[in-house]
Write a protein that binds this ligand. Sequence first.
Ligand SMILES: Nc1nc2c(ncn2[C@@H]2O[C@H](COP(=O)(O)OP(=O)(O)OP(=O)(O)O)[C@@H](O)[C@H]2O)c(=O)[nH]1
Length: 338
Amino acid sequence: MFWRERERETKEQNGGGPPSGQIRVLVVGDSGVGKTSLVHLIVKGSSTARPPQTIGCTVGVKHLTYGNSGSSSSSIKGDSERDFFVELWDVSGHERYKDCRSLFYSQINGVIFVHDLSQRRTKTSLQKWASEVAASGTFSAPLGSAGPGGLPVPYMVIGNKADVAAKEGTRGSSGNLVEVARQWVEKQGLLSTSEELPLTESFPGSGGAIAAAKEARYDKEAVIKFFRMLIRRRYFSDELPVPNPWSISPAQKPSSQRLDENFSDEDSFYKSTSLSGDPYKYNTLPPLPAQRNLTPPPTLYPQQPVSVPENYSLPRFSPSGSSEISSTARSKRSDINV
Ligand SMILES: Nc1nc2c(ncn2[C@@H]2O[C@H](COP(=O)(O)OP(=O)(O)OP(=O)(O)O)[C@@H](O)[C@H]2O)c(=O)[nH]1
């Protein structure tokens, strides 16, 4: 009964149709860095007063409309729009779950690493998290070459608790919002000229998750852009190459990257990423082992987040099958309805 209600609600939210697909984003980092707070902020747009310590894993679900309608706020969707779910798997950072948390590293499309700007070691340990996820996870639409710790999917790094760090004088970034926006990155191809990994030092703004939620001024667009890129990679990567501000050839990336270094050269980032060509044409690459061994995902939802059955044989939308979809993939990010 409950699920049927839930299903109806979800359908209503989606304008009646089933979602076209879903992407799974793992959210990892040391215990207490603020993962649950961030997921709450992303999904609900508000802060949570006292988040309980995560037991095992909780899943937040964000609904995204991916398409090219004119309006981003209207609930009436155009023909060429599709609904997607973004699952945010918030994995407990507590040592207690160390031995079993790899259960949650299944069919991952992307990873959000979170650290606490006031606790330097939480940033250093991201490398360990990357290695753990890379070693024991399975991946959906993996990259052609591996990132930090061998991680084969795109990621972002989020520095949280900027308010605490600012008070303690440990914060590295100025907190200027333009700078913050510029620091938002997705993994693929950013490091063509540098071994340094760009970090999103001050998500979700200079005051951290709580202040950002209160003031509703976190860089939602950058997060949505990351999700959108994952949707595109998973469902629309057969499209023709298009100029893409995030683009760069995967071949230009160094083979190994570190997660605990600062990105300092923003100009080189913008130059390097202004190259054209779609880096997400991974269908042309041989599949990674993880891609070959796609097993059905475990039904581990602590909260059942979506109304559709898990379906990993969802068709990839190709330009030949659906020309309007290929054009939606080129739509501007302002077209996203969140
Ligand atoms: N001052 C401040 N506190 C924050 C911020 N973000 C989260 N917190 C607090 O930090 C504590 C831990 O936050 P959680 O979101 O539970 O951290 P977590 O990473 O999910 O922790 P685990 O569930 O143990 O893995 C909570 O008391 C939050 O209210 C922030 O930006 N600033």
